[in-house]
Design a protein around this ligand. Sequence first.
Ligand SMILES: C=CCn1c(=O)c2[nH]c(Cc3ccc(NC(C)=O)cc3)nc2n(CCCC)c1=O
Ligand SMILES: [Mn+2]
Length: 636
Amino acid sequence: GFQVVTEVVTHKLNHIPIFKGDFASLSPKVQRFVAEKAELMNPAGIYICDGSQKEYDDIVDKLVERGVLTPLKAYENNYLCRTDPRDVARVESKTWMVTKDKYDSVCHTPEGVRPIMGQWMSEEQFGVELDARFPGCMAGRPMYVVPYSMGPIGGPLSKIGIELTDSSYVVLCMRTMTRMGQKVLDALGDQDFVRCIHSVGLPRPVKQKVINHWPCNPEKVMIAHRPKEREIWSFGSGYGGNSILGKKCFALRIACNIGRDEGWLAEHMLIMGVTNPEGEEKFIAAAFPSACGKTNLAMLTPTVPGWKVRVVGDDIAWMKFGEDGRLYAINPEAGFFGVAPGTSHKTNAMAMESFQKNSIFTNVAETADGEYFWEGLEKELKEAKGYTDEQLKQLEITNWLGDRWHIGDEGKAAHPNSRFTAPAAQCPTIHPDWEAPQGVPIDAIVFGGRRPEGVPLVFESFSWEHGILVGALVKSETTAAAEFTGKNVMHDPMAMRPFMGYNYGKYLEHWIKLGKAPNKAPKIFHVNWFRETKDHKFLWPGFGDNIRVLDWILRRVSGDDEIAIETAIGYVPKRGTINLDGLPRIDWNELMSIPKPYWEEDIDESRHFLDSQVGSDLPQPIRDELDKLEKRVHSL
Ligand SMILES: C=CCn1c(=O)c2[nH]c(Cc3ccc(NC(C)=O)cc3)nc2n(CCCC)c1=O
Ligand SMILES: [Mn+2]
């Protein structure tokens, strides 16, 4: 144990009791951190988490008693949680990067152009906002001390954080999503750590009505990051991406700053191992905007015999070039926080098998038999119960708002952003090396988006710099998000737009630099599962049949240069080099065409995007790649 608590720390703590744990055994750095923040936020007591199963069970029991969690009695140790309906998703407009210099955080955009990649707040303004929120904000609530490791504890690519939070829901989720507890403190010693402060922002005695036993303060939500200080301050929201700070806030926004300083990449990417019928395995890291089925790809069940897919991670990859010049990736998380609606045995059987126990479901619906329910499960529920369509409609369901609901009724059973929180280790196809401290070697990087028009099923970039441009120009059709009517194709560079931690131009520079010799840059591909015919039919069956595209990608990685033709936008599969056996007729020409008018328009729009959103910060090599692409398209 460490020396006794210094008198300064004792003074700060003196009236605040320690509910659990041995404060004196914390390192001096951790003691000071806890004492300072306790003095600021004035919690009823301090609860130092040990990360044990008993601790988890005790907290679950208390939350069930208080009506925050409902046991889903059809399973073992599965619980349902409903939030305040105002607190259901990340709040990008209230998410800030706080740096001394504005252009460390955002790009030099022309006057009047609102940056869409991150928002900057000055240090002065942050001081004002902090003072308006955090003093005394934990009154009457416990302050949980959550020590956690992103990545296997002690691994060379892993990093440690400590989250202080007044939400016990967050404690439960952090235990599933990260390696959490005493063993992390043991590994930490007196080193530094990422400092995370989270409060639901509703000190007791509470004046306003709390809905669903879910305290929050939507009017005063602020999720602020101080990357230089490796600090995160989150206020007013208990919802996942805003409060489980190890995920988006640490593992992407803070981590990409650490990666820039230390020479590695923190990316919004899945990691999967693909084994061909000859038993050769290669690893793919892939970035997709939301609604592209990223988790479904990571846990793919191949439709072609002899192929095997195993998941290392479904959301975030930390990647660093090793001594051998290969790019190694770890999944810094220990769990899956996936979108529930659309998940079924048909679209993602392995995800379904991952959350049959020890999982938490947030804002999903519940059947009278104590099962989870959401849009996309109708068919398999009907089949499981042997119901007729009529009987299915009679089924008593409680929707995400807690109201009685029936299949076929108005509105949604589950909130579109409702989530399962499940231990990664429970996935039947979790890779045996998913916790290898040094990571797995990445053979291909894949970008993708929902592109109903003009973009072929797959293409390969000509070079690392060209591949970076392909990533920077990722766009995806947004399902009718609140602010837009109908569907738009929106930019989401490398699928990092909501998670950028610093100036995007500098980030592209960092990518360029890391790909140089002696590092062996992986090939970069782009896929589009979502191309449609003129009458809006999908041209590609997708799902398990995507293995056929991964097969082509891996043969290209293995150096097979008979299977591709060079086009203006990159290398595309030569007709007949993608295995279509057993598929209903595929309209290859439509699926693979590169319409000149579409691409000329697309490139103009892309140039406008880069000029307005990256501006003078765009590295010259990327500008050159755009010019070369434009010339090639004009000569189509
Ligand atoms: C590994 C799977 C990736 N993937 C896909 O590859 C995919 N493709 C499509 C489009 C599609 C939808 C339905 C069919 N149905 C039939 C019967 O063809 C086919 C394609 N939807 C897809 N989805 C679901 C997107 C929302 C999250 C999807 O996740
Ligand atoms: Mn994500």
